[in-house]
Design a protein. Structure first.
Length: 255
């Protein structure tokens, strides 16, 4: 029969784990059933509670428990939010490419966001997550969660100025991620637009507006096919950058 101390430790561990797994793709999100998220969180917390050192000091009053529970939820949400913010850069690249190709008005239902997204966005997410699993990114992401219990004791996180500076610096990298992934297609569409403009200036009688959308789509998909190795290398470097930044960010929460 577990003691009250062990149940209390399990409760705090479960709060951090469930906050992370409920919002961090591909473990959580709107496309994962709530019962599946809850079951996976319970199983993960059960495995982790035996690994975490039992020397943690737990609160003794109601206010202390409320603060400890809120702290654990915040730590889990910070890790999940940092990962989701990184994925937003990938989605922004897809939106940029879809707009350049003229596919901004067409979309398919995306269960991860609960709304429709451009085809290019879904394609980008699929390629990225395939690469994510290929390089064992899911294991490295779970490792960050596990190591957070070593760096940030239960209920003792501290939000220093270094944490907010690292968070804001990483937020600025969102645009860099999006522009790097969308750069080959953006340059190709830009050159196509200049070429059509020059042809239209030289031969005004030609109706180039009827060719603009088909040419954008054809050139866009052609460039996507040619730049697939480039996108793969960029995504690998971005994953390495994320895991390094995530390590630093979680360490900044140490008291």
């Amino acid at each position: 029969m577990p003691s009250d101390f062990e149940l209390a430790r399990f409760f705090l561990v479960f709060l951090r784990v469930s906050a992370f797994l409920s919002f961090a793709p591909p473990f959580g999100g709107k496309d994962v059933a709530p019962m599946a998220r809850a079951g996976f969180s319970f199983l993960t917390a059960t495995l982790l509670v035996t690994w975490i050192p039992s020397s943690a000091t737990l609160p003794h009053d109601g206010l202390g428990w409320a603060l400890a529970a809120g702290t654990e939820l915040l730590v889990g949400l910070v890790i999940a939010g940092f990962w989701s913010m990184f994925l937003t850069g990938i989605q922004m690249a897809g939106h940029l490419m879809g707009a350049q190709m003229g596919l901004g008005w067409g979309g398919l239902f995306d269960p991860t966001v609960g709304d429709s997204s451009e085809v290019v966005v879904l394609f980008q997410r699929m390629i990225f997550f395939l690469l994510f699993f290929a390089v064992d990114g899911h294991l490295r992401l779970m490792e960050i969660l596990v190591r957070s219990f070593e760096w940030v004791p239960l209920g003792n996180a501290a939000f220093h100025g270094s944490f907010f500076s690292n968070w804001s610096a990483s937020f600025g990298n969102l645009f860099e991620i999006g522009f790097k992934l969308a750069a080959p297609l953006t340059v190709a569409i830009w050159l196509l637009t200049i070429g059509l403009g020059l042809i239209g200036r030289a031969a005004p009688q030609m109706n180039l507006l009827s060719l603009d959308f088909p040419l954008r789509s054809v050139v866009g998909f052609f460039v996507l096919a040619l730049s697939a190795p480039h996108l793969t290398r960029v995504c690998e470097r971005l994953l390495d950058l994320f895991f390094k930044r995530a390590d630093v960010l979680v360490r900044c929460l140490a008291p």
